[in-house]
Design a protein around this ligand. Structure first.
Ligand code: ASP
Length: 395
C-alpha cells in the first residue's frame, strides 16, 4: 500500500533524508510551537484570522470522474482529481476558512483502498492535530468513499473526543456528472467543521444538505444522492444557504463509549485492529461458519441476527467458539431497532448499534483488552439498567 502523505511522515521517525529542503522542514518541525508546524501542515488561504480546517483526503467518488460522459454515475473512476483541485473548484471556501490537505489516498480507489491500518493511522493523525495541547486547528473534514464512510466516521467518533468537530464528506456522483454533489457536500462539511456550533456533538457527517451524527449514520441507498440516514435519533440539523443550522443544543449518544487511542494503539495488531468478521443469519444458518472465522484468525465475530438478535441454529458451534476465546456480538439484520439483552448472556447483544458499527466497537473492545464479560457489559450495560435487567457474570 502506498500512502502519498506528509501525514505519514509526521507519524514515523524522520528519515535520514539530507536535501536542503528536507533539512529546512525538519528544522521547522523541531522548533514548532503549534501542531500545524509540528505536523508540517501548509495552510491555503491568505487570511490567518479565519478558522483552520484540516482536510483528510482519502479519495472516493468525490474525486472520481468518468470517460463515459455526463450521465454516467455507475461506471466512473477512470479520471481523478486531488483535494487541492476540489478546493480550487470552489471560490467561496477560502473566504471562510484556511484549509490544509493531508493525503491518505492509495493505489486502490476510494473505500476499496482503505483498510483498518490506514483509517487507524488517519484517526491517530486527526487526534494529534485536533486534540494535542499545541493544537491550533478548529476542526477536520475527511473525504471518503461513501461505501465505507460510516465505518471511518464511527471509528473517529469513538476515538477523537476533545469536542472539536470531525466531519465525513463524500459524493454519490462523479465530478464529470451533470449534477455532481461533491462540491456542495464538501463546502457544507467545511462550514460544519469550522463552526463553533458543531463542538461537543461527536463526529458528524454532512450529506445532501443534512447534518447527521457519525454514531448513528448509515448508507441506506446505494445510488441516490440522498444516501445517508440515521438509524435512530434523526438528523441533527440542516444546511440553509450552505450554513449549518442545528435543531438542538449539543448532545451525544447515551450508547457511546469513548476509547483511549493510546490504549488501543498498544494492541499487538497495531497499527491495525483485531480481526473481527461479520456473518449474516438466515434460515439454515450454518454454525460452522462461526468456527471457520476462528480458524481463519478472527478474534471476534458479529452476527447480523434475525429480528431482535435471533440466531436460527448453531448454538453448539457458538459455544465451542466462545470456549476457544472468540468474542461474539449478535446484532440485527433489521435496519432499525435494537438487538436487546438476553436474560443470561454468554455473548453480547449489540443493543442499538447495528452490525457495521458493532464490528468496530468489538474491535476497539478487544484492542483495549476487554474479555467477553467486559464486552457484554460494554454493549449491554446501559440497556440493562434502562430495562431493569441487571446481570452479574457467573450468576
Ligand atoms: N466506490 C465509491 C467508494 O469508494 C463509492 C463512493 O464513493 O460513493 O466508496
Amino acid at each position: 500500500m502506498r500512502f502519498h502523505s506528509f501525514a505519514i511522515a509526521a507519524l514515523v521517525a524522520i528519515s535520514e533524508a539530507t536535501t536542503p529542503d528536507v533539512l529546512h522542514r525538519n528544522k521547522a518541525r523541531q522548533n514548532a510551537t503549534t501542531a500545524s508546524e509540528r505536523l508540517g501542515l501548509e495552510w491555503l488561504g491568505g487570511n490567518s484570522s479565519l478558522p483552520k480546517v484540516l482536510i483528510l483526503f482519502t479519495g472516493g467518488t468525490i474525486s472520481g470522474g468518468s470517460i463515459y460522459g455526463a450521465l454516467d454515475d455507475t461506471q466512473y473512476g477512470q479520471l481523478s482529481i486531488t483535494g487541492e483541485t476540489i478546493i480550487s473548484r470552489n471560490p467561496y471556501l477560502l473566504n471562510h476558512t484556511q484549509l490544509a490537505v493531508s493525503n491518505w489516498t492509495t493505489d486502490g480507489n476510494g473505500s476499496t483502498g482503505t483498510n483498518d491500518a490506514l483509517v487507524m493511522n488517519m484517526t491517530r493523525f486527526a487526534h494529534d492535530a485536533l486534540c494535542s495541547p499545541d493544537s491550533d486547528i478548529d476542526g477536520a473534514v475527511f473525504t471518503h468513499g461513501t461505501n465505507s464512510l460510516e465505518e471511518t466516521a464511527f471509528l473517529m467518533d469513538l476515538l477523537v473526543n476533545c469536542g472539536k468537530p470531525v466531519v465525513g464528506a463524500g459524493a454519490m456522483r462523479p465530478w464529470t456528472h451533470l449534477s455532481f454533489d461533491g462540491d456542495a457536500n464538501f463546502f457544507d462539511s467545511v462550514m460544519l467543521a469550522a463552526s463553533p456550533e458543531s463542538r461537543n456533538r461527536g463526529a458528524l457527517v454532512a450529506f445532501n444538505a443534512r447534518i447527521l451524527s457519525a454514531f448513528w449514520v448509515t448508507k441506506l441507498h446505494s445510488t441516490n444522492p440522498d444516501a445517508f440516514w440515521s438509524t435512530a435519533g434523526g438528523d441533527l440539523g440542516i444546511f440553509i444557504n450552505s450554513l449549518p443550522v442545528f435543531f438542538n443544543s449539543p448532545s451525544q449518544s447515551l450508547w457511546k463509549h469513548e476509547f483511549s487511542i493510546a490504549h488501543v494503539s498498544n494492541h499487538s495488531t497495531y497499527p491495525a485492529l483485531p480481526k473481527v468478521d461479520i456473518l449474516y443469519a438466515a434460515r439454515e444458518f450454518d454454525g460452522k461458519l462461526v468456527l471457520d472465522t476462528r480458524a481463519n484468525g478472527a478474534d471476534g465475530v458479529v452476527i447480523a441476527g434475525t429480528g431482535n438478535g435471533g440466531i436460527p441454529n448453531g448454538s453448539a458451534q457458538i459455544k465451542e467458539a466462545l470456549d476457544s476465546g472468540l468474542q461474539i456480538v449478535v446484532g440485527t439484520r433489521s435496519p432499525y431497532g435494537p438487538s436487546s439483552p438476553s436474560v443470561k448472556p454468554s455473548y453480547a447483544k449489540s443493543g442499538f448499534l447495528h452490525v457495521i458499527q458493532a464490528r468496530i466497537m468489538l474491535q476497539l473492545a478487544i484492542a483495549s483488552g476487554m474479555g467477553m464479560n467486559e464486552t457484554i457489559g460494554l454493549f449491554e450495560g446501559r440497556f440493562r439498567t434502562a430495562i431493569g435487567q441487571e446481570w452479574t457474570p457467573g450468576r
